[in-house]
Design a binder for this molecule. Structure first.
Ligand SMILES: Cc1cc2nc3c(=O)[nH]c(=O)nc-3n(C[C@H](O)[C@H](O)[C@H](O)COP(=O)(O)O)c2cc1C
Length: 208
């Protein structure tokens, strides 16, 4: 088995939840990992080196039911490499995704996953495992953190075993409880930045 490359596709990479999930993944994977954040904008250099990896895990957030634009920029570069028939940099590579979203339901991630899988099929990339994490903004700061850690451990084992399947995890809460807790959380968060509930709920974008 070759090395693993983790690609962090979050625009807020160093402070992102994707980084936290990537760090857990690294712990379970052990030796032989490189990490690349797409915000570093070194896509060409990274893509040229892809031949040294056996697996890539794209770790990224759900943005408006889709992929963050910073990640799609990297995918465009990858597409260029894939289009070069003469090179076989990508031949032995397997691609996996670990996606996280803010809402409670793991299936919120499904459209983004389909987009990503279509990209892989179109570019003849070998696709492997999917892990969809819901309540991804919150779960690591709750007593349910062990659930997501356990799932990432399973995800790593399945990658190593060459499996192709979908795993998911969320907080075991009802929608009502989740909504109550998350509303409280965001109101408190807003207060820290002197932002009221009314300001947070408005659709208007103002200068002041
Ligand atoms: C611009 C933006 C759009 C988002 N769109 C969705 C969405 O459509 N559905 C959802 O469940 N969460 C959505 N979220 C929540 C993020 O997926 C969630 O906060 C995630 O944990 C962020 O991960 P990151 O820290 O790795 O960037 C959105 C967040 C932002 C900032």
């Amino acid at each position: 088995m070759g090395k693993l490359l983790i690609i962090n596709g979050s625009p807020r990479a160093p402070k992102s939840n994707s980084k936290k999930y990537g760090d857990i993944l690294r712990k379970y994977w052990g030796e032989g990992i490189d990490v690349y954040s797409v915000i570093s904008q070194k896509h060409e250099e990274v893509c040229k080196e892809l031949g040294k990896y056996g697996d890539i895990v794209f770790v990224f957030p759900l943005y408006v039911d889709s992929l963050p634009a910073v990640l799609t920029n990297f995918m465009k570069q990858l597409e260029k490499i894939a289009a070069r028939k003469e090179n076989d940099l990508l031949k032995n590579l397997k691609v996996h995704i670990l996606i996280n979203c803010g809402f409670l339901e793991p299936e919120q991630n499904d459209t983004a996953i389909e987009i990503f899988q279509y990209f892989c099929a179109k570019n003849h990339l070998n696709y492997g495992m999917t892990l969809k994490i819901a309540s991804g903004e919150a779960i690591l700061t709750t007593p349910f953190a062990f659930l997501v850690k356990r799932k990432i451990k399973r995800f790593v084992k399945d990658i190593r075993a060459g499996k192709s399947r979908t795993l998911d995890i969320s907080m075991p809460l009802t929608k009502k409880v989740f909504l109550g807790a998350s509303t409280k959380y965001w109101l408190r968060y807003g207060e820290k930045f002197h932002t009221t509930e009314k300001q947070m709920r408005t659709m208007k974008i103002e200068d002041e």
